[in-house]
Each structure stands twice: as structure tokens, then as C-alpha cells.
Ligand binder design. Structure first.
Ligand code: FMN
Length: 207
């Protein structure tokens, strides 16, 4: 029986205890496929993933200051270093705007809006570009986390890491910034850490 999206959303939680077992190539591919199909501004798809499966590298994540010695990371079946490609983000956004204009898909004010957006993306400083890209990468990673549930896998978004150390060890391409690390693996949890959720009243802004 397949998992509905509703069920996947309900079942997903941050898994920090994994059976020490590598993810298969197919599982890794399925997670990347989920990311690949995510939406992005001007279809720029600025996400890039370094897939780490070497046990030595996984152990490094579990012991290194680079990930604040989060020991459980060493048992992940794979770690995805989720990156934003700032350079291609601008180029791919420009191509999309060009495509819209030359195929008359957008005209008038909406086209001007897109062109202004693309110009701003090009003129933005690195911090602003990173912010825009990180938004897109985060959506792709969310898709991966939900697909993982369907595959019987657990994931945890890791934001505590030292970007310079991670970039140095894995030789990530120029122009790529690390948004987060996604640990994935077969859950091996004694208990699930209880998490509180805000009520609807707390999150809906009243009229
Ligand atoms: C931006 C971000 C950064 C996070 N960083 C870490 C982290 O470094 N280590 C960790 O164990 N969990 C991390 N988490 C997981 C959160 O603690 C977790 O999502 C939150 O407590 C809610 O629990 P749940 O994911 O089980 O629903 C992070 C989550 C997000 C979205």
C-alpha cells in the first residue's frame, strides 16, 4: 500500500538514530529525483547535491567540529550536502526570462516584473543571492524528506555545520554555498523525540 502525502507529512520527524546500513543506489536516486521535481523561482533549479556514502566521510561528520560533533551522523546511510549554485541561479533565471520574452509567454507588466526580478538577482550581493537560492533548495530538500518516508527511510535536516570545513573536505564547486546537510538512513529509534506544534490559532493571522 502506498503512503499518501498526508501520511508522509504526519509520519516525518527528525530521525537521529540510524541502523548503520548504507542507502542503496536506487534509494539515493529516488531522493534526488524528488528534489529534481521541486518548484523553483523562474525554474532556476539552483540546488546541487554532494552525496556522501564513504564510511570514513560519514564518521568524519560524526566526530568533526565541522558538524559540532553530532555523533549520530556517523550512522547515517548517506549524507546529502545540499548546496545552492549562486552563479547558475542568475544565469538560469536570465535564460527563463529570455525564454518568456522570446516566446511571448509573458508580456506587459508581468514580463517587466520578471525582468526586474532577474536584474535584481544579478545585482544582488552574495548574501541576498544566497537567501534567494536557499529558499529554492529548502523546498527541494522538503520533497526529499517526504519521499524518504515513503521509502521507509528517516531523515534529519542539519543546520549546525561549519561551511568552510565541509567545503574544504569535499571540494565543492566554486559558486556553490552549502544550505544544509541532510542525513538519511534506516531508522533505528528507541523512542521518537516528542515535538510540540503551534496550534492553528497561533499560526493563522486573524482578520
Ligand atoms: C533549519 C534547520 C536546522 C536544523 N538543524 C539541526 C541540527 O543541526 N541538528 C539536529 O539534530 N536537528 C536539526 N534540525 C531539526 C529540528 O530540530 C527539527 O526539525 C525540529 O525540532 C522539529 O522536529 P521534527 O523535525 O521531528 O518535526 C534542524 C531543522 C531545521 C529546519
Amino acid at each position: 500500500m502506498s503512503t499518501s502525502v498526508k501520511e508522509a507529512i504526519a509520519a516525518r520527524h527528525s530521525v537521529r538514530a540510524f541502523a548503520r546500513q548504507p542507502l542503496s543506489k536506487d534509494e539515493i536516486r529516488e531522493l534526488l529525483e524528488a528534489a529534481r521535481n521541486a518548484p523553483s523561482s523562474l525554474n532556476s533549479q539552483p540546488w546541487r547535491f554532494k552525496v556522501v556514502t564513504d564510511p570514513e566521510d560519514l564518521a568524519w561528520f560524526g566526530t568533526s567540529d565541522a558538524s559540532k560533533k553530532q555523533a549520530w551522523l556517523a550512522n547515517a546511510g548517506a549524507i546529502f550536502i545540499c548546496c545552492a549554485d549562486l552563479e547558475h541561479y542568475v544565469k538560469d533565471s536570465q535564460s527563463a526570462a529570455f525564454f518568456y520574452r522570446s516566446n511571448n509567454i509573458l508580456q506587459g507588466e508581468p514580463l517587466k516584473g520578471v525582468e526586474a526580478y532577474v536584474q535584481k538577482a544579478a545585482d544582488d550581493d552574495e548574501a541576498a543571492k544566497f537567501g534567494a537560492c536557499a529558499m529554492n533548495v529548502s523546498i527541494a530538500v522538503s520533497f526529499m524528506m517526504l519521499r524518504a518516508v515513503e521509502l521507509g527511510l528517516g531523515t534529519c535536516w542539519v543546520g549546525m555545520f561549519n561551511e568552510a570545513n565541509v567545503k574544504a573536505r569535499f571540494g565543492l564547486p566554486m559558486g556553490c554555498r552549502v544550505v544544509n546537510i541532510l542525513a538519511a538512513g534506516r531508522p533505528d529509534e528507541a523512542t521518537v523525540f516528542p515535538r510540540k506544534r503551534k496550534s492553528l490559532e497561533e499560526i493563522v493571522i486573524a482578520d
